[in-house]
Design a protein around this ligand. Structure first.
Ligand code: SF4
Ligand code: SF4
Length: 236
């Protein structure tokens, strides 16, 4: 969509800093950390700041009060549009960072007075995808008719079921081999809302950074129809 982002805001996360003068190398912090961000041996401690999820638990379990927290920038958010009425909010995770949750949290907090918000979630069921989908009125599952996509989609459907987010399906690259996917949608009571046919010209446009909406009138009417259906389902 090539937005020109303005009002960039840094996003920070915390990481543990161990005071070696106080540390007794008991190893409790490393055993506690579910993300393996800490290694503690009898001689040394290693902190892998990129793996830390900023839960604050290691300081709580440390019996010596040896852990405090530092802060580092992991990415940025930005908006495009006129001030106070952003049309587009974006989050950028710096190269080499693993955990996008804080960026997503910050993007979701960008104020908007629009009646609807569209959140572009990452594919699959990662922590980031869960966080983007949590609390949504409706989820649009974008898939394609391949065994790999169907396998992924089953996990996404289960995740959305756990989050209690109603969902519908958009079939990309539609054309052949749709039988198994359609049968699955029917068995799960998932409405198939729209299909975009497999097309070499569409593919070329997207690869070149174009928007189907701008270049193909039939795609515009397809997406307008899709949006009407989504609004109807999300407002229920
Ligand atoms: S704050 Fe939480 S995630 Fe980070 S190192 Fe400590 S226990 Fe691990
Ligand atoms: S829990 Fe505290 S005292 Fe024990 S190894 Fe970790 S920092 Fe050191």
């Amino acid at each position: 969509m090539a937005p020109s982002l303005t009002r960039e805001t840094p996003v920070y996360t915390a990481f543990p800093v161990i005071n070696e003068d106080l540390c007794t190398h008991c190893g409790k912090c490393a055993r506690f950390c579910a993300f393996n961000a800490l290694i503690s041996t009898k001689r040394a401690n290693v902190v892998m700041a990129e793996l830390c999820h900023d839960c604050g638990g290691c300081a709580l379990v440390c019996p010596s009060g040896a852990i405090s927290y530092g802060r580092r920038e992991i990415g940025r958010t930005g908006v495009s549009g006129v001030p106070g009425d952003p049309d587009f909010g974006d989050g950028i995770l710096h190269t080499g960072e693993f955990s996008a949750e804080k960026i997503i949290e910050a993007v979701l907090e960008i104020p908007s007075d629009r009646p609807h918000r569209i959140i572009d979630a990452p594919p699959g069921c990662s922590c980031s995808a869960v966080q983007a989908a949590e609390g949504a009125d409706f989820a649009l599952i974008v898939t394609e008719p391949t065994p790999f996509a169907l396998s992924d989609m089953k996990m996404v459907v289960e995740m959305l079921g756990n989050l209690k987010v109603p969902a519908g399906v958009f079939l990309n690259k539609a054309g052949e081999n749709e039988g198994e996917l359609l049968a699955y949608c029917e068995s799960e009571n998932l409405p198939l809302l729209e299909k975009l046919p497999l097309s070499r010209t569409y593919g070329k446009t997207i690869v070149e950074g174009g928007l189907l909406l701008r270049e193909y009138p039939e795609a515009e009417s397809l997406f307008r129809h899709l949006w009407q259906l989504i609004k109807g389902m999300g407002d229920k």
